[in-house]
Design a protein around this ligand. Structure first.
Ligand SMILES: Nc1ncnc2c1ncn2[C@@H]1O[C@H](COP(=O)(O)OP(=O)(O)OP(=O)(O)O)[C@@H](O)[C@H]1O
Ligand SMILES: [Mg+2]
Length: 248
């Protein structure tokens, strides 16, 4: 969906133009910040290498401070990358695709991380899901945000379950984790840009995921119980022309 589809009437059109202008300016600013930031980071790395070779106590203290600057540069870089991917969600390149295959792709990437964290992955992927229209790259990013959040919510050992099924007019995915869950106040704010309860979190993961899902004509909902876990559900429509011939 483009912004002109979202704001069809005249006053809405003006709003859409203004929104686009602000998004463009903010995106440009983020880009401009990235270049000097990477120069600072590179120079900090070189300085750290020099200081690491020294035996003096003063240089060791300086090295610790340089490491802090390096970490903060990394944090800013991640924030800018997340911000740019949030503002950049453009008109999608939709192609017929299998939701199950997309999930397998994300899990191939995530499996080693899950193993390391002692997280069990369980999948119940319906064998006869109808084909949907997906922008594979954007949708991969959307799913990955959810899976990473699930992993971060699980402190020590736990389970992530992915389940797909056909609905009356589309397909759905449930992503369930046995993590820390959320209270009502947190749950009501998770799709707000920059809302995060994590130190170093950008708070752009879920807003980006929602924007991508909605750009596919879908919806994302959440249910959560503090101390028990969280379930996200994504529903996607199946276009009539694809509804007849289903794939897995
Ligand atoms: N599966 C989950 N279980 C518990 N809380 C969650 C879960 N997913 C999201 N949250 C809550 O929603 C907040 C916002 O999530 P979002 O992905 O947008 O940002 P983030 O994860 O904090 O930062 P980033 O995605 O940049 O690392 C999180 O900080 C967390 O409080
Ligand atoms: Mg996140």
């Amino acid at each position: 969906m483009t912004d002109s589809d979202r704001f069809p009437t005249d006053p809405d059109r003006k709003l859409a133009d203004r929104y686009q202008e602000i998004a463009r300016l903010a995106g440009g600013l983020a880009h401009e910040i990235k270049n000097p930031l990477s120069t600072i980071r590179l120079n900090m790395e070189l300085l750290a290498e020099d200081l690491a070779e020294s035996d003096s106590a003063r240089d060791r203290r300086a090295l610790r401070k340089v490491r802090v600057v390096e970490q903060e540069c990394q944090r800013l870089q991640d924030l800018l990358d997340n911000f740019l991917s949030y503002t950049k969600i453009r008109a999608l390149r939709l192609e017929p695709a299998s939701l199950n295959e997309q999930i397998e792709r994300v899990l191939d990437f995530f499996r080693p991380k899950a193993k390391q964290a002692g997280i069990e992955l369980a999948t119940y992927l319906s064998a006869d899901l109808p084909t949907v229209l997906l922008d594979r790259e954007a949708f991969h990013g959307a799913l990955l945000n959810l899976v990473l959040n699930a992993e971060q919510a699980i402190e020590r050992g736990g389970q992530i379950v992915l389940r797909t099924y056909a609905t009356g007019d589309g397909v759905a995915l449930d992503l369930i984790d046995t993590g820390c869950g959320m209270d009502e106040d947190t749950r009501s704010r998770i799709f707000d840009a920059f809302f995060s309860t994590k130190s170093g979190g950008s708070g752009l993961g879920l807003p980006t995921t929602r924007k991508i899902v909605e750009a596919h004509g879908g919806q994302i909902t959440v249910q959560s119980e503090p101390g028990h876990g969280t379930q996200f559900t994504i529903k996607l429509p199946v276009p009539a022309r694809l509804a007849a011939g289903g794939t897995k």
